[in-house]
Design a protein around this ligand. Structure first.
Ligand SMILES: Nc1ncnc2c1ncn2[C@@H]1O[C@H](COP(=O)(O)OP(=O)(O)O)[C@@H](O)[C@H]1O
Ligand SMILES: [Mg+2]
Length: 247
């Protein structure tokens, strides 16, 4: 049976993963600050909106006005898609992360976190096919201080289960300290997500060069090499012609 795939919207990347992300997958994008994670997710959102696939963007790090301004750098007029109902932004002030809700999520048998019903409502309202959460690190950091590693693990597992049950293809981002040997800040998301893409940079000669690597993509014979990419005035472009640039 052939798998339905959804384009990443990132030029060159789809060639590395048999045409796109399998529909319904949850993909983790990890990288240090400035690596291009937010631009990647905006590109995914806009490209799919253009094709008539509506998306929800939950921004936990930046305010919505900043996101719209960032997008303008690449000639992506988010307002146009928002008006047409193909893109909806949500931010923490409208998605309460009340401690009580989160405690019940972990200690109770049933998820009772306010963020989940809010996401579900929005997905149903606009018939969303895609979802972005930028970043999952901020969500994890907002958990109560008394949470043990086990509590965080359980919270994230249940959170991802809920996201997957929505039937959307999703991307979550994670802030990764430079030279981390893990693939996410919480060290759990990489095991739970269906796919992992790492954005990094290397010094090539004297110049810092951006590199992208697909570290994991379930149900996909993937190209596992690192590839150079650039952030151009059209967004992220992965250079697949030169082949891999080593690990
Ligand atoms: N118009 C642009 N053209 C090229 N590069 C850009 C442009 N705008 C931002 N960048 C690059 O993208 C980086 C920010 O990308 P972003 O996706 O916000 O990073 P992250 O979310 O990983 O922290 C900036 O540090 C800059 O290097
Ligand atoms: Mg960002």
């Amino acid at each position: 049976m052939s798998i339905e795939r959804i384009s990443s919207g990132v030029s060159g990347l789809d060639d590395l993963i048999l045409g796109g992300f399998p529909e319904g997958f949850c993909i983790l994008i990890s990288g240090s600050p400035g690596a291009g994670k937010t631009i990647f997710t905006l590109q995914f959102l806009v490209d799919n909106a253009k094709k008539g696939k509506a998306g929800i963007f939950i921004t936990l790090d930046q305010n919505i006005t900043d996101m719209r301004n960032q997008a303008k750098q690449f000639d992506w007029d988010l307002g146009e898609y928002e008006k047409a109902g193909f893109i909806k932004f949500m931010k923490p002030s409208s998605v309460s992360l009340g401690n009580q809700g989160i405690i019940e999520t972990v200690k109770g048998s049933k998820i009772h976190n306010e963020i989940i019903p809010a996401i579900k409502d929005s997905v149903n309202t606009i018939g969303a096919k895609i979802l972005v959460i930028d970043s999952i690190s901020t969500l994890t950091l907002s958990l109560p201080k008394g949470f043990s590693e086990g509590d965080v693990r359980l919270f994230l597992k249940r959170f991802f289960d809920e996201i997957k049950s929505l039937g959307v293809t999703s991307i979550v981002t994670s802030d990764l300290p430079k030279d981390s040997k893990w693939m996410s800040r919480d060290r759990i998301s990489e095991f739970v997500c269906d796919g992992v893409i790492i954005l990094d940079d290397v010094i090539f000669g004297e110049d810092p060069m951006r590199i992208l690597r697909v570290a994991k993509m379930r149900e996909t014979k993937q190209d596992r090499k690192s590839h150079f990419f650039e952030i151009t005035d059209k967004g992220i472009v992965v250079d697949v012609d030169k082949g891999g640039c080593g690990e």
